[in-house]
Structure formats: structure tokens, C-alpha cells
Design a protein around this ligand. Sequence first.
Ligand code: 5GP
Ligand code: SF4
Ligand code: MG
Length: 465
Amino acid sequence: CGVFGVIGTSEAANFVALGLHALQHRGQEAGGIVTHHAEQGFNSIRRFGYIRDSFTKQSVMDKLPGDLAIGHVRYSTSGSKGNTQIRDVQPFFGEFSMGGAAIAHNGNITNADALRRELVERGSIFQSSSDSECIIHLMARSLQRDIPERMKDALRRVEGAFSVVAMTRTKLIGVRDPLGVRPLVLGRVGDGYALSSETCALDIIGAELIREIEPGEMVVITPEGVSSHFPFERVAGRFCIFEHVYFSRPDSIIGGRSVYETRRQIGVELAREAPVEADIVVPIPDSGTPAAVGYAAESGLPFALGITRNQYMGRTFIEPTEQIRNMGVRLKLNVNRALVQGKRVILVDDSVVRGTTSRKIKEMVLDAGAAEVHFRIASPPTSWPCFYGVDTPERDKLLAATMTEDEMRGYLGVDSLRFISLNGLYRAVGEAGGRDAAHPQYCDACFSGDYPVRPSDMLARGFEL
Ligand code: 5GP
Ligand code: SF4
Ligand code: MG
């Protein structure tokens, strides 16, 4: 998901709509915006579909007045896929004795089942099926006198990954979980401030990046300034390494590094680790493109845009059903026959999850007359599900969980298949010494099975580590 908020600018909702539009890659299912206006109070609109379709009409934006606003773009994870109701769409709103508050959450709460059970037993009435709604109910039960303090109380009970953007009548609030698994940045826009999942959304509104919110930090922002709090026990961060590989936009900056440059560097590492004799390097667009640029540069082989992407399709992976996903690849990607015919082709992609994409593309490239197909993947084999807000299928649907690399090569029907090593990936994101096995610098659970937060709900449901 993507979260965005602004305070201290007129037309706050327009800024939020633009910010969410720049974060659309983080969730395409639905979006919502809540605003607050001194006389008109809170207003909220939540809709299915793209921001550009839901939040551009003047008649819609006129219903969202005020100089304080937050918003959310939704990316559903497996539990609710395909049957999301509008009541599951964020931001969520709560009315407390000291006034209202709205929250938008990116991440996934790993003890949400247990919290929900407890809250329902004690009288909470849930409106949605979303894990994020727990935060509102925990806030309602807190005895603290102000909303930021109630949020601290609530979030101390929550486990898992959360980057939260919230608002009261007068304040914009941002929080990251103690490990800082999901991103959140702070920017300056005119005389006001902005919070955003990624820096690319600050760029679109002309905001200047101030800094990242730190793991475990809460910022409480008024037009006058930012106050910083650390409500949790402080531990070393474990940012999601897959944000670098795939999830974030390449024009965003994470930890002072360009995401594009990191991805290009992954390609360089991959070419060193897994060279192969071939004629051209072809990216699987768009997610494989920066790594393919790096691979080509390091290997000295020509780079060719041998696959064209239809820009009007969404991300294949986010389509709800297997059937649509299967069709999706062909609807979205087409091979440029003139470039690949008779060639030994290295295809570079960011990840192999179910293998659906890779299998289809290999067929298409061979149909177009390629002599050989070699796959090079910019992440290690995805063999574990993510429980922290990135959608991955159950373990038995992950190709790498059920097959060895050689079996995967056979299944995909390619001449060779190589993944970057976990250490190679760490080097590419800037850890010169690779992964510190005793204290890993990142979350890499989907590759290593080393879950930095115990996935307690999933364990209770029978998931085995
Ligand atoms: P597959 O077809 O192997 O199941 O999916 C791999 C493709 O899905 C890759 O091209 C990758 O770019 C794309 N993808 C989209 N969303 C995600 C995601 O959340 N996780 C992973 N690992 N890949 C994703
Ligand atoms: Fe990111 Fe993978 Fe960790 Fe999920 S499991 S937070 S995708 S590194
Ligand atoms: Mg892709």
C-alpha cells in the first residue's frame, strides 16, 4: 500500500491526490482521502480503482476541503483478494471523546487475528475485515488524554510492519514500526509538511525531502513544526530489502540511495556472479529494466528492448485471480521479433514468484525465434511468503519453495536460470561486507525464511517455519 499526508497547505486534498497518484504502483485496487476543514470538519471519500479516475473531478475534490489531509492506495494481500468491500478501503476514521482521527496504514499486522478476537470479546464492533482497523479500536480503549498518546498505546500492542499516516483536527502524525520494515519520509511543501511512503510522491507536488522517519519513530506535525517521539523499545532496523528490488519506484530515494542505481548495481553483481555466453540482454519490463541495464554494462553485451510493455495495464501480480493473471502476461507484454530472432537472449527480471510470468515470456521469446533463453533474476529465490505487507502466495504456490533451482530451470524450460545470491543483493544495496548473518541489516524473510517479527497469527493457523 501507499500512504500520503499533508498539513499547512490550502487544497490539501489535491496534493494528496497527486501524491497518491505517484504512489499508485504500491496499490491499485482502491484509494481514499480524508480531509479536515476548520468549519466543515472531516470529510472522506473512498473508492475502488485508480486515483486518476476517482480523485480528479472538480465536483469530487470540492467535497474534500481543508488544509490537512491524508490518503491511502490499497493493495490487497491474499486474505481479502478479489472480495474487498468499500468498507475495507482506508483511511479509517474513529470518533473519540477528544475529537476525530483518521489513519492510513501500510504494512501488515502479524497479531491482528489475536487482537481482533480480544477486542470483539470486549465489545468492539469492527466495520471491515482489515487488520488495520485494530489500531482504531485499540485507540478507542486507551485511557490517554490526547490522540497521539492513544496511538502510542495502540501501536505498542501491535506486532508486524506498519508505516502509519494519521490526522486529527489539527495534527498530522507519522509512525514507523520499531524495525522500520515499510518506508515513510518527511517533506516540506511551501509553509507546510508532507508525509509519504516514497520520495517520488514528494517530487510530484514540489515538496523537498527533509528526512526519513526513523524506525520506531512517531512524528507529530502541526504547521508550526515537527516533534519527534520514540514510543517503542529501540532496536536495530530491518527495512524490507524487496523495496529496493521491486516495490519502490526507481526514481525514489531510500536511505540516501537512488532505487534505480541500486537496481542497476544488482544487475552488475548478477553479471559477475552468473555470466553466460549470449548475444543480447533483454529486460522484462518494467521491473527488470534497471537490473538489465547493469547486467549489460558489466557483461559488455548489447542491451535491447526486446519486449514491449503495454503501458495501460496494471501490474500483473496484483490482478486477483489465477486465470486473469495467466492472461495478463500476454495482454501486458509482447516480444519484438525483429530484435530476438536467431539470438541467444538473456532475460532479466526482478523476481520469480509462481513462475507464471517467466514461463509465458520464455514461450513468447522462443516463438519469436530466439535461439537460446537464459534467465537472470535480480533477487534470490522467493521461497517464503511475506507477512509484512507485500503480497506473496502461500508457500506451496511459490516455485522456489517446492523446487530446486535445477528443477525450476526444467519447469520454466530455459537454457539456464540463475538468481543473485543473498550476499550479492546486500552488496548491491550498499552493504559492502554482505549480509551480517548474526544481525541481518534488512528484512529478507521471503528469501531466507528469517522472519524478524514472529508471524504469530500465521503460526496459529498452522504455518510452519
Ligand atoms: P510470477 O509470475 O513468477 O508469479 O511473478 C513474478 C513477477 O511478478 C515479476 O515479474 C515481478 O515483477 C512481479 N511482481 C509484482 N508484484 C510482486 C510482488 O509483490 N512480489 C513479487 N515477488 N513479484 C511481484
Ligand atoms: Fe520485504 Fe520480503 Fe521482508 Fe516482506 S518478507 S518485508 S517482501 S523482505
Ligand atoms: Mg515484473
